[in-house]
Design a protein around this ligand. Structure first.
Ligand code: PEP
Length: 249
């Protein structure tokens, strides 16, 4: 690990029901999580009220997305202002499923992130290359382009956590090796140093996501520039997610 406190996010995606989320929250509430780790969970919008009303204050709540600006006549959308109103502290932006399944552009993701930050939310800013891009040796080119789109809109990086999530590793069971992840994390930190500032490069947490589980988290967490994880599938299992939160102990 490198910068700051270890950070672990659980992205529940479009999973769960009132009953299963009640059980997951109970498991998280009764778990013992080390002091020196920030833990965040991202339920589907519909269950955010339930989670905020029942989850221990030890864990903060994130949304998985939000509208690009202030609310209004935008059917089906949720604004950052509304997230803040109900007690949400974070929002995930630029997840690969929103980029590649739903079709969000780099520019939209940058704008959404800046608006969310302006309302006081923390942003988990995702980046990551597809398999064909990695195979064409375009990994850092793609990641730097995605970072630049955030940088075009963001001026204050103090509440940004960068999540490096290679698309080929998300939900596939095919985790990046610690060396593969470290290589890109280090490149991201150098990019921040060169394009933003040394101070931001040193202070920004860069977390890894993509098939993280209880068996592979410890080796990844040892790497110098891996400051935490964004966890999908394994975050739906309370005890396993807690093991990942405690990976650095
Ligand atoms: C994610 O959705 O951010 C993710 C990393 O998913 P998984 O852990 O299931 O690969």
């Amino acid at each position: 690990t490198g910068s700051g406190r270890f950070f672990v996010g659980g992205n529940w995606k479009c999973n769960g029901s009132t009953a299963s989320i009640k059980q997951l929250v109970n498991e998280l509430n009764s778990a013992s999580i080390e002091n020196d780790v920030d833990v965040v969970v991202a339920p589907p919008f519909l269950y955010i009220g339930q989670v905020i009303g029942s989850l221990t204050d030890r864990i903060e709540v994130s949304a998985q997305n939000c509208w690009v600006g202030k609310g209004g006549a935008f059917t089906g959308e949720i604004s950052a202002d509304q997230l803040v109103d109900v007690g949400v502290k974070w929002v995930i932006q630029g997840h690969s499923e929103r980029r590649h399944v739903i079709g969000e552009s780099n520019a939209t993701i940058g704008k959404k992130s800046a608006y969310a930050l302006s309302k006081g939310l923390g942003v988990i800013a995702c980046v990551g290359e597809k398999l064909e891009e990695r195979e064409a040796s375009r990994t850092t080119a793609v990641v730097f382009e995605q970072l630049q789109a955030y940088a075009d809109e963001i001026s204050d990086w103090s509440k940004v956590v960068i999540a490096y999530e290679p698309v080929w590793a998300i939900g596939t069971g095919k985790v990046a090796t610690p060396e593969q992840a470290q290589e890109v994390h280090a490149a991201i930190r150098s990019w921040l140093s060169e394009k933003i500032s040394l101070e931001v490069a040193l202070a920004t947490r860069i977390i890894y996501g993509g098939s993280v589980n209880r068996s592979n988290c410890a080796e990844l967490a040892k790497k110098e520039d891996i400051d935490g994880f964004l966890v999908g599938g394994a975050s739906l299992k309370g005890p396993e997610f807690v093991s990942i939160c405690n990976a650095v102990t």
